[in-house]
Write a new protein. Structure first.
Length: 48
């Protein structure tokens, strides 16, 4: 949802497609969080 650090704190709303909703409900999601201080990543992992 956020494309860069400039988006932090900005509310974004989007309407997920049927494919995205299906993936959220049935598949594992992979999250990878980066910051300016930790460009290589803060946390990453799968959400089921």
């Amino acid at each position: 949802i956020c494309e860069s650090a400039a988006d932090f704190g900005v509310t974004k709303i989007f309407t997920p497609t049927t494919a995205i909703l299906t993936a959220i409900k049935t598949d594992a999601l992979y999250v990878n969080v980066h910051s300016t201080n930790r460009p290589s990543g803060i946390v990453r992992g799968q959400i089921r």
